[in-house]
Each structure stands twice: as C-alpha cells, then as structure tokens.
Design a protein around this ligand. Structure first.
Ligand code: PEP
Ligand code: MN
Length: 368
C-alpha cells in the first residue's frame, strides 16, 4: 500500500551545500557564546548545510535544564546572520511555532516526545496552517509506524508540503549499546509507504555515545537516507544536555570525511545488465522458497488432521527442539547466521501451529 501525501522534493527547499546533507549544532543552545562559537566552527568545516539547536527542551525528568527559551531565537538569528546557515529548532506547541515563525526560523522539527501525542501534533499542525515553512518530523519514542505516519499526515493536511522525516531510533526496555534502537525496518517501511518522503537519520540520539556515530551514520547513508542530523558542541564534555553523544565541529568534519557515498543506482549499462541478471536469479529463488513453503504447509495440514484423528497434541516440544537444532546446524554450514535461521524457523513454526490449531478447532465446532 502507498500513501498519497503532497510532498515537495528536499532539493526544492533546502540548499545542500555539501554531500551528504548534514544538519548540525548543539543539542541545546546554552549561552550566546557557546552557540555562536559552535556555529562558526561548523560553518568553517564547509560540510554543514543547516544549523540546529534546541531552545525548548522536553526533558524526561523535571528540574533538568529545560532549554534557554525564546532568547535562543535571537542567538540563532545572530548565528545565521554571521554564518549564512539556515537555522532549525524543535517546536512542541503552538506558542513555540508562533515564536519560531515570527523569528524567521527556516526549519522546524517535531521531537520524538511530541510525535507520540496526536493532540500535540494537531496543535502544532493548526498553528502551522497558512505558513510555508519546512517541517521535519522525528519518529515517535515507541516503535509505532502509524503514529509517525499520522504525524506526517496531520502536518501535511495543514498545508505543509516541505516535509521530511527524521529517524532517531526507538526506546526499548531492553538495554543495548544504543540509547535508542535503530529498528531500521521501521524507517524502511515508512519509505515504502511514502516513497516521496525524504528521510534523514539522527545517529546522535540512536547512539547516545559519540564512538558509535560513524557506524550508524554510514549505515543510514548505505540505506539511501537523504541526510544526517548530528549534534555538535564547542566542548561536548561540558554540554548541559546529551554530553556523551555530542562531538566537536572538528570531530564532525573528520567523521564526514570518512563517509563512503554510494549511489542509489548506476547509469552504466554493463552494471544495469548484470544487476538485472542477478535480480532475475533472486526472483526465481524467491519463487522456489514460497513454492516450498506452500508445500510444507500442505503437509503441516495433513499432520494436523492426523493428530486430530488420533487425539494427539499439536505441539511436541522435543520435535520442535530437534527441528531447531538440526536446521540451525545445517544453516551454519550454509553460512547462515544462527539468529537468522532461528527467526525464520520460529515464523514457520508459529504459522504451522496456527494452521493445526484451526484444524483442531474446526472439528470441535463441527462436533458441536
Ligand atoms: C534533540 O534533537 O535534541 C531531541 C530532543 O531529540 P529527540 O526528540 O529525538 O529526543
Ligand atoms: Mn539531544
């Protein structure tokens, strides 16, 4: 299924001065000096197209630094006047939108803690009505594609067509190396649903620590995301928010130099011919996989009927264990990751159980 949103291509509303598109700046504007000094160095790299800074900060706990507030708009405008960089801020309510628009902010973004709440998003959308400002929408905190899509729709319905999504990862109970799980599948599903939508990646909030940034940023570029939002601070060690994940402008510049930019496609006919042949092979193999899955399910149904007629339970744990062990061992020989084989088997197994349960229950119903 595709969703029809009215979206303008990113290149029509954002002047990308260096590839890849990088939006950078501190997590929070703290002081005029901190913001201006950071902005100057970012501009000097020649690799940053937009300056960002949070001035209204949604914090998990009260009492933490909640942003410098409206005065930050003046500082941002000074930085813009000096560097020529367009400026971006996070907005979380109608008042923020009004103030940011009055101050001439070039790009607004909606944070992860706002995207989760349709009331908040609608309030922002209503305040945007009649304005022609670009809006970037971060994914919601929780891995819910519909909430993200819903926010994009609300903003689009308010007449905003300069829209981009920002993938900043998802909160999860499970603690891993990442502050927020990337869950790339969700960003890919969004792109599949709305192919015209530019999606940027925010490795800073995914990683939570600067050491991981280059890996996530490169992966995002390899997945053909259209840009990066990376937090940078003149002195990250003393940053008032998100200290561990911010980098100096110099470190950012070095990181950008290390990126490998790959093309989404090649015009070289030899490449396209070879790719077409390989894709044809993949298509044939996929057909075979599904044919075999269909055959397997037919036998599963026969077994279901046989178990039913003999009053045997659907699940025999020992048999499932045996399948899992034999197949993952075979998978390893075929150079398939154990996790991958196990996931596929679990999917097949749960579908088999579903089918057999249906067969058992149908009989019960028939018997009255
Ligand atoms: C931010 O960009 O500083 C921020 C608060 O991000 P998020 O909404 O992704 O947590
Ligand atoms: Mn931050």
């Amino acid at each position: 299924m595709k969703l029809n949103l009215n979206i303008q291509p990113l290149s029509s509303w954002l002047n990308v001065t260096h590839q890849p598109l990088v939006i950078s700046g501190p997590c929070s504007a703290e002081t005029e000096e901190q913001l201006l000094a950071t902005a100057r160095l970012l501009k000097a790299t020649g690799k940053v197209s937009v300056l960002r800074a949070g001035i209204w900060k949604p914090r998990t706990r009260p009492g933490e630094f909640e942003g410098i507030g409206s005065i930050g708009l003046e500082w941002l405008n000074k930085a813009k006047a000096e560097t020529g960089l367009p400026i971006a801020v996070e907005v979380a309510n109608a008042k923020h939108v009004k103030e940011a628009l009055a101050a001439g902010v070039d790009i607004l973004w909606i944070g992860a803690r706002s995207t989760v709440n349709p009331f908040t998003v609608q309030e922002i959308a209503d305040a945007l009505e009649g304005h022609d400002v670009p809006v970037m929408i971060k994914n919601p905190i929780n891995p819910d594609l519909s909430l993200w899509v819903g926010a994009l729709e609300r903003i689009n319905r308010a007449g905003i067509t300069k829209i981009a999504a920002i993938h900043r990862g998802f909160s999860s109970f499970e603690k891993t190396a990442f502050r927020n799980q990337p869950m790339w599948d969700l960003a890919i599903s969004l792109k599949t649903l709305i192919p015209d939508l530019p999606i940027l990646n925010d490795p800073s909030h995914i990683c939570g620590s600067r050491e991981l940034l280059p890996f996530i940023a490169q992966k995002a570029l390899d997945l053909d995301m259209q840009g990066l939002m990376i937090e940078a601070h003149i002195d990250p060690s003393v940053a008032w928010t998100d200290a561990a994940q911010q980098v100096t402008p110099a470190a950012l510049s070095e990181m950008i130099d290390g990126f490998v930019l790959r093309k989404a496609e090649s015009k070289n006919p030899e490449f396209t011919d070879k790719l077409a042949v390989m894709r044809e092979k993949i298509d044939q193999i996929d057909d075979q996989i599904f044919q075999k899955l269909g055959e397997r399910m037919k036998i599963v149904e026969q077994i279901g009927e046989f178990k039913r007629d003999n009053d045997v339970t659907i699940l025999q744990v020992s048999r499932w264990d045996e399948i899992l062990q034999k197949r993952t061992a075979y998978g390893s020989v075929l150079k398939l990751e154990k996790d991958f084989t196990a996931k596929i088997l679990e999917l097949i197994h749960s579908e088999s159980i579903r089918k057999q349960t249906a067969i058992m229950n149908a009989t019960k119903a028939e018997l009255g």
